[in-house]
Design a protein around this ligand. Sequence first.
Ligand SMILES: Cc1cc2nc3c(=O)[nH]c(=O)nc-3n(C[C@H](O)[C@H](O)[C@H](O)COP(=O)(O)OP(=O)(O)OC[C@H]3O[C@@H](n4cnc5c(N)ncnc54)[C@H](O)[C@@H]3O)c2cc1C
Length: 423
Amino acid sequence: MKSVPFWTDDHPRPNHLPEEDLSGQTDVLVIGAGITGLTAARLLARAGIETVVAEARSIGEGASALNAGMAIYGLKADPTVVIDRFGERLGRELWDASNKAIDLIEQLVGEEAIACDFFRPGSAELGFTARDDRVLAAYARRTTEDLGFPIEYLPRDRLGEIVGSGRFSMALTEETSAGLHPAKYTFGLAGAAARAGARLVEHADVSAVEKTGGRFTVTTSRGRIQAGRILVTTNGYTGTLFPSIRRRIVPIGSYSIVTESLPVHLAEEVLPGNRMVWTARRFLNYFRRTPDNRVLIGGRRNLQTDLNLAETARDLRSRLVEFFPQLASFEVSHVWGGKLGAAFDLLPHIGQHDDVWYAMGYGGHGVALGTYLGSEVGKLMAGELDRSPFAEIAHPTRWYYQQRPWFLPLAAAAYRTLDRFGR
Ligand SMILES: Cc1cc2nc3c(=O)[nH]c(=O)nc-3n(C[C@H](O)[C@H](O)[C@H](O)COP(=O)(O)OP(=O)(O)OC[C@H]3O[C@@H](n4cnc5c(N)ncnc54)[C@H](O)[C@@H]3O)c2cc1C
């Protein structure tokens, strides 16, 4: 078993992506070369704005090239809660944007000819108990009737249409969600940003930013650059460079394994519709088929970002076999983990103060929402948009969160208890 992400092992950083040096000056410096930063950089460069992307490691080496590649509908926050909180107009706008995000990926992939195994099989959320049944059926009714977003309730006797497992009691399905190969997508976005004229600089860890005379001097491990504006797209990898951003984003670990390639008939038996699937739990598991017919399962037994990979692989494998005993004799070929970023209100945010902009906080929906907010923030900075709903909602922090998310083990214990009692 390899302790490296399956996706970049399958599709490493292409050599044709340009390798640039960092020097001189630029209009906009984007910090972080993931889905958000690259989508924004492409738009900024296309608008004729000089743009440099500084990435501490290599392109996509945050979460973007190693996630499960599930571009799923919705926000992490419940839409009813969002509408109650922000009112009908703004609440619906936030919800609608999250669903338009998948169309945006489809459009981008088409326009830029990004070959990333994009397809739209829809998604399924699987429940275990009679309570899941009630809660999820009510959710499906609300989204279908009140929001006009059709979600279908599937009883146990129809589960065979989406999952080859006796472990679940029901499912919710919808038809808009997509799957893609995250490494191919992220490197494809990098290629598109470079073609538009953005300069991509890897191994340039930004360690200091100072503003004097209306311009920023940015110090990185690869030298210095002057910039007119900064865009921070570091999501789960956000450090203490900008303390007020750091205090608004909580890094959370997520981990995945894949099996070796399965015989096609078995892959089809396990996930017949090839949907993007997850379980109805706080500590949820997500699973899908890879383009070469492995089964990927991910999740976490903790919120921590530094779990031991061998133990994590054992854990995830036992979940996999619990759900799909027919996979017991197949090897796990890869295990890996990374960090996603969540805000306290479970919503993504765009912020701006004194020419420092940021976009982040997708709570595990960053494939779709990172693309969408990257596009929104790029257009806002280019003057092509005059507002975004994600820039109009307050971005909360908590008095007890200064630098370290010391409270995560407590939150994890509470979530585990609620999950155990099916709440
Ligand atoms: C295992 C796993 C599975 C996931 N599965 C899914 C999924 O199926 N669907 C989904 O929607 N979401 C998923 N996510 C979340 C999703 O991957 C992220 O939300 C998304 O990639 C965020 O993209 P981003 O560009 O905002 O940030 P990232 O891709 O995390 O990029 C941030 C970048 O900033 C760089 N950086 C940080 N600090 C500095 C600095 N000081 N100087 C320079 N560079 C810096 C980092 O090196 C990093 O490359 C998953 C996450 C993980 C970890």
